[in-house]
Design a protein around this ligand. Structure first.
Ligand code: NDP
Length: 274
């Protein structure tokens, strides 16, 4: 009634999957396959860079998109990894880059909508420009990217889209109207596309991190206020980009089976604690 599968890549030892003779357990014991590229937006640094590095380590062809077009440091000169200048709010650029990536890699297997920006401003001072900027990058951009990648995923027989949300999507956070709204909307986008595209063999999930130490919040987390917040995290610390990366890359290793439309919180338990 049990089966054993060795991980690809590296660490010694085996993963024991109990109850793997049929159903989900049997699917987990399969090998993921590596046909086509995985596109990661916002991959020049932070969580996106960590995901690109982890996906490449597991053998995926990876396309790294960002406004700067910078390659995550560890991936320079690595075969199968490309960096592209692409603002996620620019639909023509998205269309061009996806076509180029599909052409070079023989298809696209998945997309990680990771690019995001964060602003905190008292709501009475919130400008229309700031509201538009946050919603455009964090919500509109992912919708455009999903729309543009859809034909490529269909062409490869389906695929996986991971939207990077935030555990703030369900919380009331002072001075953070635009960001919280953008991430709550991304959860809704995930559910709608999961339902609409399930018949196309496309899985859509929202991975919603808690406090992760990156450029976005490193200074805050080191402040008195930030340390106070971290003290309330049941896991007792901030998360690392590599932890989110390992989880998301694991989804691409798949198969993900019956999972779709869900928001999966990776926040050390903070969002469910009192
Ligand atoms: P960083 O600020 O470290 O990195 C953001 C990335 O997005 C960079 O690669 C940046 O590259 C890119 N980017 C920003 N705007 C655009 C754009 N318009 N088009 C294309 N790329 C863009 O952020 P994190 O790594 O911390 O965050 C990654 C994701 O995780 C975000 O969606 C964020 O909301 C989410 N998240 C982060 C948390 C955290 O604690 N860090 C917690 C919860 C969620 P460039 O400047 O070159 O364009």
């Amino acid at each position: 009634m049990s089966s054993t599968t060795a991980g690809d890549g590296g660490p010694g030892g085996a993963v024991v999957v109990t109850g793997a003779s049929r159903g989900i357990g049997a699917a987990m014991a399969g090998d993921g396959g590596r046909a086509g590229a995985v596109v990661v937006t916002g991959a020049s640094r932070g969580i996106g860079a960590a995901m690109a590095i982890e996906l490449a380590r597991r053998g995926w062809t990876v396309a790294c998109l960002s406004r700067s077009g910078e390659m995550p440091g560890d991936l320079r000169d690595r075969d199968g990894v490309s960096a592209h200048v692409c603002d996620v709010t620019d639909e023509a650029a998205l269309s061009r880059v996806f076509a180029a990536v599909a052409e070079a890699a023989g298809g696209i297997a998945g997309l990680v909508n990771n690019a995001g920006i964060h602003r905190q401003t008292p709501s009475v001072q919130l400008s229309r420009d700031e509201l538009d900027a946050v919603l455009n990058v964090n919500t509109v951009g992912p919708v455009l990217a999903c729309r543009e990648v859809h034909p490529h995923l269909v062409a490869t027989g389906g695929g996986l889209i991971v939207n990077i949300g935030s555990f703030w999507d369900r919380l009331g956070v002072p001075r953070t109207v635009a960001y919280c709204a953008s991430k709550a909307a991304l959860g809704a986008v995930t559910r709608c596309l999961a339902v609409e595209w399930a018949a196309d063999g496309i899985t859509v999930v929202d991975v919603a991190p808690g406090y992760i130490s990156t450029d976005m919040n490193r200074d805050y987390l080191a402040s008195d206020s930030g340390r106070g917040r971290l003290a309330r995290v049941p896991s007792g610390r901030a998360g690392e980009p590599e932890e989110v990366a390992a989880f998301v890359a694991g989804l691409f290793d798949g198969p993900v089976g019956y999972l779709t439309g869900s928001t999966i919180y990776m926040d050390g338990g903070l969002g469910i604690s009192v």
